[in-house]
Design a protein around this ligand. Structure first.
Ligand code: ADP
Ligand code: MG
Length: 678
């Protein structure tokens, strides 16, 4: 029986009001209720006092040593004190505002109390009194709201389970459950809501995680399948000879990895399928040129191509490089950003709409209303992790289902590759251009800042260019600016006689930013003091020293991005982190960073330390919200689930057999639920 179609009103005591409050928790039918899992358990196994840690919630068993006393204080406030003898130690237990508990304590009788342990005072703040004879050793704790009590919810779940447990259908096909020793859905529901032991709940949770991940992966597979069956993509027949010529005339040879991904991308673009591809390559691996080749291909096939960057500085830089590369080929490139005048804007968008412009470089201005394309064939999204899910979607909706190439320097940890990007194909540049030297990273505390000045002096004397970056510390950009200005003054004082010092920050007008960046590129500026506006993408190969102030305030990925601004040329590069870490995590970040240059290792660490939402900037990370599984900690289960979902979708006969009937009816529902994040 499909419990998703059974109303909660079939349970005793559930009327319109209760239906309403259940709905406020997202519970709309019997299935929802049974699969509304507790978010944690309170372990009701009694603990020895020697094992208890401060502030830990424990179950304490002992004998009442004195009559309880209730003290009243303030208006309606009171405190109940009772001494309990536990393992020969007299422990004071205090309950606040529950005077009626007095009757539960009879001198000499046995009690069990659940509460919070205070190690210093060796006392317990009581939460509740447990029936000593009960065999409920674990309590499930549900997330509820003001409309419904824990108790009410638990009772309803019990009622539903009693009434319907035989009708709970099992989603995971038997052959998979046998292979991975998974419980059926009835056992899962029972084990998660009403475990007798911690082992039983662990076992049920393991099965529930697989079930959840597997359904999600099946959802992704079905989207992919649908996409490929539609054949709705643009078939871009590009001019291979033209491309070859362009590649051969580049000032450098493409790396093997670049050649490989170029082929993957072009094959995809010229196929009938819609391309939805992620290009991943560590900072400095040379993604830009790969995207230029793809855009060129699109243009030779008679389409327009666009590239969207997260900052104006980066868009400007891309525009400079791309137009230089493409203008000799008679390809028209335009830059579109939010800070252009209305006149400029109108002029540019007109040529985009009538197709005179072939390649469009810009910021999110590219996706604003009023920007229409004549015939957009390819969209490149640079540093795509900096864009929200909605912006990526808006970009895809421009034009007539154009191919999409999303690029990122932040390596995608396995977790995200499987979940958030599960519907995308991935190309990886796993190699840096030849001749690159490993960036040497040092961490110093601010009291040793003199060493940094000496080091910078030495490097400047060899012709190096230096970035000096200071973080956005306060909410106020003005104060941050002052911080950057102070550092600028200091560097001017120390090095201004011999070298040119520049300042760059977000509040400068655009043309000024542009001219500072240009001066740095052309080596007219030796030291560039900057806020994090240069964080992503900026490419000045001659710069070889990166100094980062207050490095403890940056996350790992951001530090890696910043460090990636150097090490782009032949010169030995250095990164100096100035940091006085105030906690373990910050200290750990400094250690990891000085020990590895591997962006992939860093991204995995970052994800573990900060959680996925943070890594990607906001809750719009696109990481689906699983109920039982944690895609980071349970990555192994997630991977197996993905593998099995893929296998199953490839086996058409099995997929259409009765063995997967229940599964099929669930795939769509479950997936829609998980994906309602944007
Ligand atoms: P990212 O992948 O971080 O976006 P870029 O595309 O900015 O890296 O490339 C970094 C630098 O390496 C640029 O100066 C670019 O011109 C250069 N570059 C790219 N590919 C090669 C190559 N195959 N050989 C030498 N230099 C290259
Ligand atoms: Mg880049």
């Amino acid at each position: 029986m499909d419990l998703r179609k059974i109303s909660l009103a079939t349970l005793p005591g559930v009327g319109p009001k209760r239906l309403e409050s259940l709905k406020s928790l997202g519970i709309e039918n019997v299935y929802d209720l049974l699969f509304y899992f507790p978010f944690r358990y309170e372990d009701m196994e009694a603990k020895s006092l020697n094992d208890a840690t401060d502030q830990e919630k424990i179950l304490l068993k002992g004998v009442v040593a004195s009559d309880p006393v209730v003290f009243r204080f303030g208006y309606k406030k009171n405190r109940l004190n009772v001494r309990i003898l536990v393992e020969n130690e007299s422990v004071m237990v205090t309950f606040f505002n529950q005077p009626w508990l007095k009757d539960k304590f009879e001198t000499g009788s046995e009690v069990a109390i659940y509460g919070k342990w205070n190690e210093n005072r060796r006392s317990l703040t009581g939460i509740k009194v447990i029936d000593v004879n009960s065999d409920d050793s674990i309590d499930s704790v549900y997330s509820v709201n003001k409309n419904i009590h824990q108790k009410t919810l638990i009772n309803l779940i019990k009622l539903a389970f009693e009434k319907y447990h035989q009708q709970i259908e099992t989603v995971i096909p038997d052959f998979l459950r046998e292979k991975y020793k998974l419980l059926n859905d009835e056992q899962i529901v029972e084990g998660i809501h009403f475990p007798k032991t911690a082992d039983q709940s662990d076992e049920a949770r393991r099965s529930a995680k697989f079930r959840e991940f597997f359904l999600f992966q099946c959802g992704l597979q079905s989207i992919k399948l649908e996409d490929s069956q539609k054949n709705i993509g643009i078939n871009e027949e590009y001019d291979q000879e033209f491309i070859n010529k362009f590649v051969n005339e580049l000032p450098f040879q493409l790396t093997k990895a670049q050649n490989r991904v170029v082929k993957e991308i072009l094959d995809d673009m010229s196929s009938k399928h819609h391309m939805n591809r992620l290009l991943q390559g560590d900072v400095g691996s040379g993604k830009t040129i790969v995207s230029v080749i793809a855009m060129l291909a699109s243009v030779t096939a008679g389409y327009q191509a666009a590239i969207m960057a997260p900052t104006e500085i980066l868009a400007q830089q891309h525009f400079d490089k791309i137009s230089k590369l493409l203008s000799p080929l008679k390809i028209r490139t335009a830059l579109l950003t939010g800070s252009q005048t209305k006149k400029e804007h109108d002029f540019i968008t007109q040529d985009i709409a009538n197709g005179k412009t072939n390649v469009i470089v810009g910021t999110h201005a590219l996706i604003q209303a009023g920007v229409d394309y004549k015939d957009l064939g390819l969209i490149v999204i640079d540093e795509q992790h900096r864009f929200g899910v909605n912006q990526r979607k808006a970009m895809r909706q421009k034009g007539n289902n154009p191919d999409v190439l999303a690029m990122t320097a932040t390596p995608i940890p396995r977790t995200l590759a499987i979940t958030t990007y599960g519907d995308m194909d991935v190309s990886r540049i796993d190699q840096l251009p030849a001749g690159r030297k490993k960036i040497e990273t040092y961490w110093i505390r601010s009291q040793k800042i003199q060493q940094m000045y000496q080091f910078v002096a030495k490097e400047l004397s060899t012709g190096a260019q230096v970035y000096v970056v200071t973080p956005l510390i306060s909410e106020s950009e003005k104060i941050d600016l002052k911080n950057a200005e102070l550092i600028y003054d200091k560097f001017t004082e120390l090095f201004g006689q011999k070298y040119k010092i520049g300042l760059l920050h977000g509040q400068m007008p655009n043309d000024q930013k542009e001219s500072v960046m240009n001066d740095f590129s052309n080596k007219e500026i030796d030291v560039l003091v900057s806020t994090t506006v240069i964080e992503v993408g900026v490419d000045v190969p001659n710069a070889s020293v990166m100094v980062i102030y207050d490095a403890n305030r940056f996350g790992l990925s951001q530090l890696h991005q910043l460090r990636g601004r150097v090490g782009r040329g032949e010169k030995q590069s250095y990164c100096i982190l100035i940091a006085d870490p105030k906690n373990e995590a910050a200290l750990e970040r400094m250690k990891i960073l000085t020990s590895t240059n591997d962006g992939f290792v860093l991204a995995e660490e970052d994800l573990k330390m900060r959680g996925a939402g943070d890594l990607l900037g906001n809750r719009q990370s696109g990481l689906p919200e699983f109920k039982v599984g944690n895609p980071i900690n349970d990555i192994n289960i997630l991977e197996v689930a993905q593998e099995e979902a893929k296998n199953l979708f490839e086996d058409k006969k099995l997929m259409n057999s009765s063995k997967t009937e229940v599964l099929r009816s669930f795939i769509k529902d479950e997936f829609d639920q998980l994906n309602n994040f944007d």
